[in-house]
Design a protein around this ligand. Structure first.
Ligand code: NAI
Length: 798
């Protein structure tokens, strides 16, 4: 024991361990192993396998847990299905009371859950006690509120059904809360699979569900590894999959659910920039780095892992940061004075070590805090690579550990360029005392969450989720609730097989017949980058009326044409930056010009086989619909969320960028208009493939575009075989979202092909929309699919 004098001289921290006796006793009471939680009871697995759950800080066994089989998953899905009718039929107020009761129980058990989380995951008790578990309770309170309000605030929407939820190990109970609270609030039932490294707080949560009297089967928890997760994804009676985890597994899930009609939300990896301008409060920014990359040992999907520092202050800033690094304490996470705990598992530690080795081989200079690491357990010191190339492995790959990379920039433009130089797009952190600069940079970030002069802030009232390969969908806030709701009109659509052309009495279209002959005359051209273009193939196909008469030729677009169109659309980025007022003006102009030429378009539709009445109705509706979206262009706006700390949190609706649109056959003009107009109203540029059966209504449309001041590249039209072109668009990395209306199999193959860059897809699953009915074919759902929400957190106060 050191003397008091010695302690005062060294000023070393003494140990301040949190007591773990309650948790140890609870674990001892489950010595024989944990079971699944199915239909309100703890149920033994149908299989014999179990796996061991280990304390990563001490390398000791905590528990044995059942390895869920496909049969276990099936039993859980059946229990959830059985519970669904009664749970979804409850008045929202009653569901609210259950969620509120859960929140109260969590608060009562806060200390227990914090210790259990720390033992299981290795994160410092300070974090589980002050951040994770309070946020879990907050999430259930907030969503108790949504349960109360869902019927009035989301009129016209209902629950999706049975939700399969798969979560990672970095915030075990918090991720559970993010998944379960909104699902239950909206009236769904769930089967949740926790991560294999950290299933224990989920099992404690199952006990809380029982204590709160939650009806049996509303929440089911099946433990297991990736195979259990895959069985849940594959189960035919699951209506929605919500996943948080690695981009690789996200991609597999996108492929596995393609064509199944399952709703999907993916929250995946990141490599988020942390930008420090020379006018930043440098000491504040240094603390920011600590929270950005050493919080939870850097095992955070939105970790600020790429430090971008303005050249003039780089040396000073890194000097301060280095000194701060030396003060960080790494050690037993149950110790209340520890800043960094253990890495979750040996395999993760090895992954970090291997990437750090690679970084050194690539010539990066590694700084590591000179701290004593415990002899046992999986520990890694706070680390930074300086002088790295933006294209080096450590700059590009998610390390998912306490390792940042640092590089410098000169101008704000360069900062933005470097920040967006990643396939991910989860978060960004911007440090500057100049509000104009900070907000301008925030607006230019390709990321779902932006923190100004702050980092890693979370709240149930704000949406969280990514752009690009960080996934799609949001968790939290009003925007997050939509992930667990389905519009009533979608439920009323006819089944896929017999639905074609239901609306207008038009016979199903045939696939285009390729003539094989190059055609010179009267071939409707493609429209790319504001110009008419011949198809690259030189081929065209014959367009016929529904009665079989030849009406003309349309270009047979191919891969190259799509590439050119995407390039033109990419270049037209100014459209998204234009003011909504300006876009509205252009849309009104389109409506006016179509109205002036209504007779010509009616004639076209009549030639195809529409009755005069049907043709008139379709054109009239198209004009009205354009007016509608012109009106919406500057009205479908965002919100300011009421997050807990002193922040304005701006939830902005931003365009995706380039959207690929595959049009239906049922209403050749109206289908085209109903999809293209909401997309461009929100600032997207589109590459659109008109109905292959009757593309001429759309190819005529370029004349309207030319006379309506639509900038070149905003709307690009490529005619040809829909499913083939859909696949090309789905595979294209510069296409950010894809809307598909065609056959069921075409939808499936487009969804599957979209897994490459994980673009957001919206398909009709082969079911036809009645394009004349506004309730189905127009409205906020279209605008929501045309946008992604970016949450910008702006703190205020001195
Ligand atoms: P993972 O993505 O394999 O695991 C996440 C969850 O998915 C776990 O519950 C796992 O059992 C489940 N899973 C695995 N394969 C599955 C499949 N085929 N179908 C359905 N579910 C499946 O992540 P892992 O292996 O634990 O970590 C590897 C890397 O992933 C990390 O180093 C990190 O880069 C990244 N990661 C990202 C997270 C995030 O929050 N974005 C969280 C965890 C990991």
């Amino acid at each position: 024991m050191p003397t008091v004098k010695e302690i005062l001289q060294t000023m070393d921290y003494g140990p301040a361990p949190e007591a773990d006796n309650h948790v140890t006793a609870w674990l001892a009471s489950h010595e024989k192993g944990f079971k699944h939680f199915i239909g309100g009871s703890f149920v033994a697995s149908k299989g014999k396998d179990t796996f061991e759950v280990v304390n990563p800080a001490r390398d000791t066994l905590l528990a044995k847990v059942a390895a869920g089989t496909a049969e276990d998953v099936d039993a859980a899905v059946k229990a959830a299905r059985k519970a669904f009718p009664a749970w979804s039929a409850l008045p929202g107020h009653e569901r609210a009371r259950y969620l509120y009761a859960i929140a109260r129980h969590i608060q009562k058990r806060e200390r227990f859950l914090s210790v259990l989380e720390t033992l299981d995951n290795g994160k410092p008790i300070r974090e589980s006690r002050d951040i994770d578990i309070p946020l879990v309770a907050r999430h259930f309170y907030h969503h108790a509120g949504w349960a109360e309000l869902v019927e009035t605030e989301f009129a016209g929407y209902g629950p999706v059904g049975v939700c399969g939820q798969i979560i990672p190990w970095n915030f075990p109970l918090l991720m559970l809360a993010w998944k379960i609270a909104p699902a239950l609030a909206a009236g769904n039932t769930v089967v949740l699979k926790p991560a294999e490294f950290t299933p224990l707080t989920a099992l404690a949560f199952a006990e809380i569900c029982r204590e709160a009297g939650l009806p049996d089967g509303v929440v089911n928890i099946v433990t297991g590894d990736g195979a259990t997760g895959a069985a849940l994804v594959a189960h035919p009676d699951v209506d929605k999959i919500a996943f948080t985890g690695s981009t690789e597994v996200g991609r597999l899930i996108r492929q596995a659910t393609a064509g199944s009609g399952k709703k999907l939300s993916l929250e995946l990896g990141g490599k988020s920039p942390f930008i420090v301008y020379e006018d930043a409060d440098l000491d504040g920014a240094v603390e920011g780095v600590v929270d950005a990359i050493w919080f939870n040992q850097g095992q955070v999907c939105c970790a600020g892992s790429r430090l971008l520092i303005q050249e003039g202050i780089a040396e000073r800033f890194l000097g301060k940061l280095r000194r701060r690094m030396e003060t960080l304490r790494v050690g037993d996470p149950l110790d209340k004075s520890v800043d960094m705990g253990a890495i979750v598992a040996p395999v993760q530690l090895q992954r970090i070590q291997a990437l750090v080795k690679k970084g050194e081989e690539e010539g990066g200079t590694l700084w590591q805090a000179d701290c004593a690491l415990p002899a046992k357990g999986n520990f890694f010191p706070p680390s930074i690579f300086i002088d790295v190339e933006p294209s080096s492995t450590v700059s590009e790959v998610e390390i998912f550990g306490p390792v940042a990379v640092a590089m410098t920039f000169r101008t704000p433009d360069e900062a933005v360029q470097l920040a967006n130089h990643t396939r991910y797009g989860l978060a960004a952190s911007i440090w500057s005392e100049n509000i104009n600069r900070a907000l301008d940079t925030a607006a230019r970030m390709k990321a779902g969450v932006v923190w100004v002069n702050s980092t890693n802030l979370f709240d149930a009232a704000a949406g969280f989720g990514g752009y690009r390969e960080s996934g799609f969908g949001r968790e939290g806030g009003r925007e997050g609730l939509y992930e667990y709701l389905k519009p009533d009109w979608e439920k009323s659509l006819p089944a896929a097989e017999d639905s074609k052309a239901a609306a207008l009495g038009v016979a199903p279209a045939e696939a285009p017949a390729v003539t094989g002959l190059p055609s010179i005359d009267r071939t409707a051209k493609l429209f790319v980058g504001g110009k008419q273009a011949r198809p690259d193939s030189g081929y065209s196909y014959t367009v016929k009326s529904t009665a079989g008469a030849t009406l003309g030729q349309a270009g047979l677009g191919n891969r190259k044409d799509i590439r050119n169109a995407v390039e033109a659309a990419t270049k037209a980025g100014g459209w998204g930056a234009a003011t909504a007022h300006n876009r509205a003006q252009v849309l009104y102009y389109i409506a006016e010009n179509l109205s002036a030429r209504a007779a010509e378009f009616e004639q076209r539709l009549v030639s195809y086989g529409h009755s005069a009445k049907a043709a008139k109705a379709e054109v009239e509706k198209a004009v009205r619909r354009i007016f509608y979206y012109a009106a919406q262009a500057d009205k479908y706006d965002g919100r300011v969320h009421s997050t807990r700390s002193r922040n304005v949190t701006l939830a902005m609706n931003e365009p995706f960028g380039v959207v690929g649109i595959l049009c239906p056959d049922e209403a050749p003009l109206l289908g085209f208009v109903s999809l293209v107009l909401p997309a461009i109203a929100m600032g997207n540029r589109v590459v659109v493939v008109p109905s292959p059966a009757f593309p001429l209504a759309a190819t005529d449309f370029y004349q309207i575009l030319e006379t309506s001041d639509v900038p070149a590249g905003v709307i690009n039209i490529v005619t040809g075989a829909r499913d083939e072109l859909a696949k090309t668009l789905a595979e294209h990395d510069d296409v950010d979202a894809l809307w598909y209306h065609g056959s069921k199999s075409g939808a499936a193959s487009a969804e599957k092909a979209s897994a490459g860059n994980l673009k957001a897809t919206w398909t009709n699953q082969g079911r036809a929309i009645d394009w004349l009915r506004d309730a189905q074919a127009q409205g906020a759902d279209y605008l929501r699919h045309a946008t992604q929400v970016k949450n910008i957190w702006v703190p205020y106060g001195e």
